[in-house]
Design a protein around this ligand. Structure first.
Ligand SMILES: Nc1ncnc2c1ncn2[C@@H]1O[C@H](COP(=O)(O)OP(=O)(O)OP(=O)(O)O)[C@@H](O)[C@H]1O
Length: 223
């Protein structure tokens, strides 16, 4: 579905090194790595937001619809939630269904600034789904949420993945526990410049315990 052939990315100093990987339909990848290592940079490259990355470095993206949940909600503050969803192609009815799906039934006429952080993030997730994505990119979706909101959002995303079996997902997280719930494949980005140190399927017997054991032993906060 998508083939990465990144030869690198630097911002004055090298950030990403060579990254080669194939992303298939139904891949649910959790991308882990120390803070500041280049996870968002990699997502931006995959999404096509980084114009310095040549098109040939991400083969197949032109055929895909990509939904990107940024760390900030990036909804247009002067438009209601329904209007934000309509902007990316949802009909009134679809906007209503999507908002219900993310637990925001009845909030269509609210403006983003009238929502809590968790609600705004769910509204942004609804906007991602409104593009009917083949690939969903999530950049630290649980960051800054209290534990209850974070686990509700995790369950919501797990349900969305179940009901969209062909959709692929890449989720940046600092928490190996998220990977346990959401991932069937783990990427671990590290090094200077950063490369995928691990690219492992979670489904193999015993592997997940081994990987999560290794993750627990790592300092992913970078502090
Ligand atoms: N637009 C930019 N200009 C200059 N440097 C940048 C830019 N974007 C990212 N960087 C640098 O690239 C490196 C990787 O940043 P990136 O945000 O991708 O890391 P990350 O792994 O997502 O971090 P975190 O886990 O803290 O969100 C950092 O050193 C950062 O300062």
């Amino acid at each position: 579905m998508l083939e990465l052939r990144l030869t690198g990315r630097d911002f004055g100093q090298p950030v990403l090194g060579k990254i080669f990987a194939t992303i298939n339909q139904g891949d649910h990848i959790c991308l882990l790595g120390p803070s500041g290592i280049g996870k968002t940079t990699l997502l931006n490259a995959i999404a096509g937001l980084d114009k310095t990355v040549p098109d040939r470095a991400v083969i197949g993206r032109d055929k895909l619809r990509v939904g990107y949940l940024f760390q900030e909600h990036r909804l247009l503050p002067w438009r209601t939630l329904s209007a934000n969803l309509r902007l990316v192609g949802a009909s009134d009815r679809e906007a209503e269904i999507l908002l219900r799906q993310v637990g925001l039934s009845g909030y269509g006429q609210y403006f983003p600034d009238q929502l809590s952080l968790g609600m705004a993030r769910r509204a942004a997730l609804a906007r991602c789904l409104a593009v009917k994505p083949d690939l969903l990119l999530l950049d630290e979706p649980f960051a800054s949420l209290d534990p209850v909101m974070a686990s509700e959002l995790k369950a919501l995303i797990a349900g969305i993945l179940d009901s969209h079996p062909n959709m692929a997902m890449i989720c940046v997280t600092h928490d190996g526990g998220d990977a346990e719930i959401l991932a069937n494949r783990l990427w671990y980005l590290d090094g200077k410049p950063a490369r995928l140190q691990w690219d492992d399927l979670v489904g193999e017997p015993g592997l997940v315990d081994g990987l999560l054991g290794r993750l627990r032993g790592l300092d992913l906060t970078g502090s």
